[in-house]
Write a protein that binds this ligand. Structure first.
Ligand SMILES: Nc1ncnc2c1ncn2[C@@H]1O[C@H](COP(=O)(O)OP(=O)(O)OP(=O)(O)O)[C@@H](O)[C@H]1O
Ligand SMILES: [Mg+2]
Length: 391
């Protein structure tokens, strides 16, 4: 049974919501104490599977507070969330592995926001984006006159993140000489700025991320083995989006809301079908861009196949099958299209209801449709919700 917490902003909306969720067999709790909900989320003490905020409470929460909430209900995402809660409070070094755009930085931020260092800064450094000559100074700081252009003292990210968290993205891109200096700083918790000055104690929790396999880099002599062992006390793997397609509807809805505002459009079943058969090489970031693109292009409140970027739809034919004929004579295109669409819609409803174990609310949520419309679709196809409930 899913434990759902409904946060009340507008009592009328949230009471109705809670009743509907309860009717569908969820264990529902309702509260109007948004502050303590956020505190419990921050402290990793949330014992609900899902938190539902109505529009009014969402506004009160402020978008910023919810920045590091990881959207997704796949089993991979659930595992990730419980690992986060376990690890946020511990100061162990963590290495986050995952493809480009899969959410590594968000996971690092979530670790920071849920841990005891959250009142201090989270500082991110993208090691791959910095010219080699400047890396030392970015990491450890420099004193005035250390090199041409060093017109003043600069603290460096270790000092900026003192007391907080330092996120080193694309750690595999660090040159070997810098890796050696980084290891020394990690071992001694002291930095010395480029160009002299005195050593300074620093206490930053280091979280590193990589989208290349560091074991291979170690074998090839491109990454120091001792640094590798220092950094990867715990490894968190963020799975690529194509391995957790269950998250597509929720993530898509999240981004449509983000870019489409109050009256966010929803996705048509054929759009979702095309998205489910796409490989998402750019992962969640690519999905966000696609949803931004679609919200700029769509004409109605439903986003169809045709409003998706061509890279996504190119590989997957729109859901028109054959000519739909039984006797060798093609049917008119419009009729063939209608039949193929209806057949697809029914298959889609069946598989979504199966996945939702017979809960109409849950199925509607997965389909990113509202409950009333979803129920109407079931009726149109002669499907009975009861037949999907677990025996
Ligand atoms: N589970 C999620 N829920 C909500 N938003 C997400 C999720 N995962 C990723 N995002 C969003 O997708 C975008 C890419 O995520 P992020 O920057 O964390 O990826 P990354 O793995 O660090 O990428 P890169 O390798 O390119 O640095 C961000 O805008 C992030 O907020
Ligand atoms: Mg990143």
């Amino acid at each position: 049974m899913t434990k759902v917490l409904v946060v009340e902003g507008d009592p009328q909306v949230s009471t109705a919501l809670a009743r509907t969720l309860g009717d569908d067999g969820h264990d529902v709790e309702i509260t109007d104490d948004l502050r303590s909900v956020l505190e419990r989320l921050d402290a990793g003490q949330a014992d609900w599977d899902v938190v539902v905020l109505d529009a009014a409470s969402l506004k009160m929460a402020g978008a910023g507070r919810l920045d590091s909430l990881l959207v997704g209900s796949s089993s991979a995402m659930r595992r990730m969330r419980s690992a986060l809660e376990r690890l946020a409070g511990q100061d162990v070094s963590i290495l986050i592995e995952g493809e480009r755009g899969s959410g590594k930085e968000l996971v690092a931020r979530a670790l920071h926001d849920r841990g005891p260092r959250r009142a201090k800064r989270f500082v991110a450094l993208h090691c791959g984006a910095i010219p080699a000559a400047l890396i030392d100074s970015e990491l450890f700081g420099h004193v005035k006159g250390a090199f041409t252009g060093a017109t003043g003292d600069r603290p460096g990210v270790f000092v900026e993140a003192d007391g907080g968290t330092l996120f080193l993205d694309e750690i595999g891109d660090l040159p070997l000489v810098v890796q050696a200096r980084l290891l020394r700083v990690l071992q001694e918790s002291e930095v010395r700025p480029v160009g002299g000055g005195s050593e300074r104690k620093v206490d930053a929790r280091v979280i590193a991320a990589t989208d290349v396999d560091l074991t291979t880099a170690v074998e090839q002599g491109k990454f120091r083995e001792d640094l590798f062992y220092r950094l990867n006390v715990v490894v968190l793997q963020v799975p690529p989006l194509r391995d957790r397609l269950d998250d597509l509807p929720l993530l898509a809805a999240h981004f449509l809301k983000k870019h489409g505002g109050e009256k966010a459009p929803s996705l048509s079943p054929d759009a979702l079908e095309a998205m489910s058969s796409y490989a998402w090489p750019g992962n969640v970031r690519e999905l966000e861009n696609a949803m931004e693109h679609a919200s700029a292009l769509h004409h109605s409140d439903v986003i169809g196949h045709e409003s998706l970027p061509a890279t996504i739809t190119r590989g997957s034919a729109p859901p028109t099958h054959s000519d739909g004929s039984a006797n060798g004579h093609p049917q008119p295109l419009t009729e063939a299209k209608r039949q193929a669409g209806a057949a697809f819609e029914k298959r889609y409803l069946v598989s979504t209801m199966e996945r939702a174990k017979g809960s109409v609310s849950e199925a509607a949520r997965l389909a990113v449709l509202d409950r009333t419309n979803f129920r109407r679709l079931l009726q149109r196809h002669g499907l009975d919700a009861m037949t999907f409930k677990a025996q």
